[in-house]
Design a protein around this ligand. Structure first.
Ligand code: SDX
Length: 393
């Protein structure tokens, strides 16, 4: 503490804003969007209903929902010139880098998003983002397979359209399995918002300078990519695969995670706020059993995940630090059962989190919050005089 500045690295004890969007209680493992419990919404709502709830504050009436869904349907196509930007990416480009770039590029295609002289058509930008991110996201997967990209099929609902764009091929008839679409709907709802997490705080901070919505969301995608945040869902599956390849020795990895010098963390475990079970992890764990059972998928890493969870929850190191499975621990197992490749898992998180980012950015703007500009504790050298280069040692 020097003068009036309190150092709080990682903002562990700093409230950055006031928000009426999402409530979570880390001790009790409670998560609610605009007052509705995540358990209720995951079971009874569609992802677009939840997107509407987060962004506009209320669950939509039938008419409002029909209008919202129709608005989104009319914007699922992406400008063909975006394809030219996309074609420039190498085939093995990570999809998170691709969608972060293309979402930022959207500001070039919709200049009214940053031209202060033009009317602020935020609502249209919101619809464009919700409508086009799934389309853009599937392009990377199709390119990585050497397959042609699919155009959206507006006869399908949001989740089925995503699956269609991901998996339809010109040579076969592709029917979306309703069980798969339902599972995806639930996963997207569970990821839709989570108060002031790293990527949401990034979206707010970038937006607080009056930067446009596309650029702010693109910055959020970048923050989510990190392995300590949304990138953890990809790390979890890679970790479980390593454990499987290593003979399924979960205790070895628990011991490594406890050894500070190992540099290894148990991905999918621990949370800045939840010091009890992450309520989303509970729902996803049950959904993993249901979905794999319904699809007849037997994935050995699910058993490894359950054994790892059990061993960790009985281990003093994890108990003392209140480390529980988080949203990323089981989600990859379901994505994989749905046929979604590992490097697309964090993209799925981004598609889910998009309405939350939008809602939080909009709230920050509506509340006319000041530009974010934290202070620091300076620890560098005191004042020094310049030394000519020939006189430097
Ligand atoms: C998400 O914020 C959000 O809401 C995020 C999210 C969302 O919806 O937006 O919920 C999504 O990002 C979930 C988290 C996904 N990340 C991972 O699974 C990566 C593994 N987890 C950790 O790196 C860690 O738990 C964090 C990043 C999630 C939280 O980090 P914190 O709050 O800064 O906690 P910390 O690193 O200070 O850990 C506290 C202690 C430390 O030990 P000590 O120094 O006290 O001895 O717990 C240990 C850590 O070493 N620890 C772990 C661990 N996580 C924390 N030890 C082993 N394995 C782990 N996974």
């Amino acid at each position: 503490l020097t003068g009036y500045i309190t150092l709080d690295s990682g903002y562990k004890n700093t409230g950055a804003t006031q928000s009426s969007i999402t409530f979570l209680d880390g001790e009790k493992g409670v998560l609610r969007y605009r007052g509705y419990s995540i358990e209720d919404l995951a079971e009874k709502a569609t992802f677009l209903e939840v997107a509407y709830l987060l962004i506009y504050g209320e669950l939509p009436t039938t008419e409002q929902y029909a209008h919202f869904e129709n608005e989104i349907r009319t914007h699922t196509l992406v400008n063909e010139d975006m394809r030219k930007i996309f074609e420039g990416f190498p085939v093995n480009a990570h999809p998170m880098g691709v969608i972060s770039s293309l979402v930022s590029a959207m500001s070039a295609f919709y200049p009214d998003s940053y031209d202060s002289k033009q009317p602020d058509a935020t609502n249209l930008h919101i619809v464009r983002l919700l409508a086009k991110l799934p389309t853009i996201a599937t392009w990377s997967f199709k390119k990585s397979q050497g397959h042609p990209v699919n155009y959206p099929n507006n006869a399908l609902d949001y989740c089925s359209n995503f699956l269609h764009m991901m998996f339809a091929l010109p040579v076969d008839k592709y029917e979306v399995d309703p069980a798969v679409s339902k599972a995806l709907n639930k996963l997207l709802i569970l990821h839709a918002d989570h108060e002031q997490n790293c990527s949401t705080s990034t979206v707010r901070l970038v937006g607080s300078s009056q930067a446009n919505l596309y650029t702010s969301i693109s910055a959020g995608i970048g923050a989510l990519w990190g392995p300590l945040h949304g990138g953890a869902n990809q790390e979890v599956i890679e970790m479980l695969e390593d454990i499987k390849a290593d003979g399924g020795d979960t205790q070895k990895y628990i011991d490594m995670a406890k050894d500070k010098n190992s540099g290894f963390r148990l991905f999918g475990f621990g949370h800045r706020v939840y010091k009890n079970f992450d309520p989303r992890a509970k729902i996803i764990k049950k959904a993993a059993d249901d979905v794999l059972g319904k699809l007849g998928v037997n994935d050995p890493v699910l058993d490894i995940a359950k054994r790892l969870e059990k061993a960790a929850l009985e281990d003093e190191y994890f108990i003392k630090r209140k480390l529980y499975p988080n949203v990323d621990f089981y989600s990859g197992i379901i994505y994989r059962a749905l046929g979604i490749p590992t490097n697309m898992f964090t993209v799925m998180f981004a598609i889910g989190r998009l309405p939350g980012w939008i809602a939080q950015w909009q709230e920050m703007r509506e509340n006319k919050e000041p530009i974010g500009r934290p202070r620091q504790i300076y620890t560098g050298p005191v004042q020094r005089d310049f030394v000519a280069i020939n006189d430097r040692k």
